[in-house]
Design a protein around this ligand. Structure first.
Ligand code: SF4
Ligand code: SF4
Length: 170
């Protein structure tokens, strides 16, 4: 799985920036690319009901969306197994290309000691400098985009970014 994700993550490391707008909603893990997903999904709600973590929600348009503020995806694959409409890729492929990104509003970046995100990261992908000397750094190779760090941040400084929307600046 990491072999597929690595090029995109390296793009982050080497200063590449998003050139395409992020989709308004993060689809469930293993969801097919947006055009195919929208065509295949019947809005049946099966994946939403199947998620034991309750991190999938039904949007106003009936489509399922991953909501990191509700919790963490454990990549159990129950959503994929529940879908009969062909809206998902097989669960033995890369679930998505999301990684956490920390904004400048992070308390640690403002000189306030905080390590809430690091403490909850199941992948140990977050490094926080002692003494609040800057924002945490994310190991983009280790980050799974699970979203566990999003809700605990007291200032909502963490978002999930799709590395597949990154292109080289030069
Ligand atoms: S993989 Fe499991 S925890 Fe993650 S969204 Fe699907 S059902 Fe929920
Ligand atoms: S998204 Fe998950 S794996 Fe990535 S830094 Fe946050 S908690 Fe760690």
């Amino acid at each position: 799985m990491s072999e597929i994700r690595s090029p995109s993550r390296r793009a982050l490391l080497f200063g590449r920036v998003p050139t395409a707008p992020r989709p308004a909603a993060i689809r469930p893990p293993w969801a097919k690319a947006e055009p195919e997903f929208l065509a295949a999904c019947t809005r049946c709600d099966a994946c939403v009901q199947a998620c034991p973590e309750q991190v999938l929600i039904r949007d106003a348009d009936g489509l399922p969306r991953f909501e990191a503020r509700a919790g963490e995806c454990t990549f159990c694959g129950d959503c994929v197994a529940a879908c009969d409409s062909g809206a998902f890729e097989p669960a033995d492929t890369l679930p998505w290309t999301l990684v956490a990104q920390v904004a400048g509003t992070c308390l640690s970046a403002q000189g306030v000691v905080c390590a809430s995100c690091r403490e909850v990261c199941p992948a140990s992908a977050i490094r926080v400098s002692p003494g609040a000397r800057g924002a945490p750094t994310i190991d983009v190779e280790a980050c799974t985009g699970c979203g566990a760090c999003v809700a605990p941040c007291p200032v909502d400084a963490i978002t999930l970014q799709d590395t597949s929307a990154m292109e080289a600046v030069a």
